[in-house]
Write a protein that binds this ligand. Structure first.
Ligand code: OSB
Ligand code: MG
Length: 370
């Protein structure tokens, strides 16, 4: 196949409620969507998961827009592509910029699966059509608000609760959550808010029997995480630090973590995500699918990826209605009473893209042709 057109569309979508991590609050997402079209007019959709500011990682919406438009689209357009799995290699000469790359790469996977008339999850090699779901709950203004949110999600059936932690919203909060909710599956995500000076705090929090501490230390660190992991029994899960299968292999060899979360954007798309999953599976490191407050398109890709065999822990893949008044796909993503999502049977990502809805939300768009 040859990609003849790449359409970039930036949409603005207000979140139903703000989402706060150790690096700040988000009220409204600015999301770049990529639509790729081949010479037979097959189309595929992908999403760039970069945030509005370079806080989670170096990439952000505007940096991705420029890189996609000026660098990556020309690299992919009009090239003879035998399989979607090769798109990653085409883009290899561009360093970094994995979230921008993933927007195009995942779109080509969707296109290819549609062309073959198979669901994307099967095309990727997925084996579990039903995936286990958890939720990520941001830092709140009060403990009572946090309790309310946790209760709502437990009532809905979600299988595990992740709360965001940061200095002064950690030990006391987890203690109160444990007292109120007992031994629910609970974990804390620090988004790099701590350093090795906080080892004693982590030793104290070790007693809470959390499923894991996600990314406690620096976003670009593996070594210090190994030091921390030696001191605590709670598994460390790496998020920000893992960009590739190579990173995963090194982190595992160093015992820097016992769990890894995979985000399509962070690793650069489905091909690299599959390689990370494989490294982890071969080393008995459980993986789960991370989230980046995606719209329905990114969410659909996350669902497909989560069906791979190594995804043995509940992911941050949850229903559209937790985020949006109205999603950009149909049907919207919904969870079963057991807190699971069933990957769709239809070809490609398996959801209809609501072009009218996207048009209403669009702030800029551009069509790049070969
Ligand atoms: O670290 O997992 C994270 C959202 C934005 C940036 C980083 C993270 C998150 C989440 C949200 O935890 C997960 C979701 O999409 O619900
Ligand atoms: Mg995280």
């Amino acid at each position: 196949m040859k990609i003849k057109t790449i359409e970039l569309i930036e949409i603005k979508m207000p979140l139903i409620s703000f989402f706060e991590t150790s690096f700040g609050r988000t009220y409204e997402r600015q999301i770049i969507l990529a639509r790729v079209v081949d010479e037979q007019n097959n189309e595929g959709w992908g999403e760039c998961t970069a945030g509005e500011t370079p806080s989670y990682c170096e990439e952000w919406t505007n940096s991705c827009w420029e890189v996609l438009r000026e660098i990556l689209a020309p690299v992919v357009l009009d090239e003879e592509i035998e399989t979607a799995s090769q798109v990653w290699n085409l883009m290899k000469k561009v360093r970094g910029n994995r979230m921008a790359k993933a927007a195009i790469e995942t779109a080509v996977w969707d296109l290819e699966a549609k062309k073959l008339n198979v669901p994307l999850w099967k095309h990727l090699g997925g084996i579990n059509q039903e995936i286990a779901c958890g939720v990520s709950i941001g830092i709140q203004d009060s403990v009572e608000q946090l309790f309310d949110k946790i209760q709502t999600e437990l009532d809905t059936g979600y299988q595990r609760i992740k709360i965001k932690i940061k200095p002064d919203w950690d030990y006391q909060i987890i203690k109160k959550v444990r007292e109120k909710f007992g031994d629910i599956l609970l974990m804390g995500d620090a988004n790099s808010a701590y350093s090795l000076n906080d080892i004693d705090l982590f030793k104290q929090m070790d007693g809470f029997n959390l499923m894991m501490f996600e990314q406690p230390l620096a976003h670009d660190d593996i070594f210090d995480h190994a030091k921390l992991q030696r001191e605590i029994k709670t598994p460390i899960c790496l998020d920000e630090s893992i960009h590739s299968a190579e990173d995963a292999g090194k982190a595992i060899e160093l015992n820097a973590c016992k769990i890894i979360n995979i985000k399509l954007g962070r690793v650069g798309g489905h091909s690299e995500a599959k390689r990370v999953e494989e490294v982890c599976r071969k080393n008995n490191i459980p993986v789960w699918c991370g989230g980046m407050l995606e719209s329905g398109i990114g969410r659909a890709h996350n669902i497909a990826m989560s069906t791979l065999g190594g995804f043995t822990l509940p992911g941050d893949v949850s229903a559209s209605k937790r985020y949006w008044h109205e999603d950009i796909i149909e049907p919207e993503v919904s969870v079963t009473p057991n807190g699971s999502i069933i990957a769709p049977e239809k070809a490609g990502i398996g959801f209809e893209v609501k072009r009218n809805r996207i048009d209403k939300l669009t702030v800029r768009k551009i069509e790049i042709k070969s």
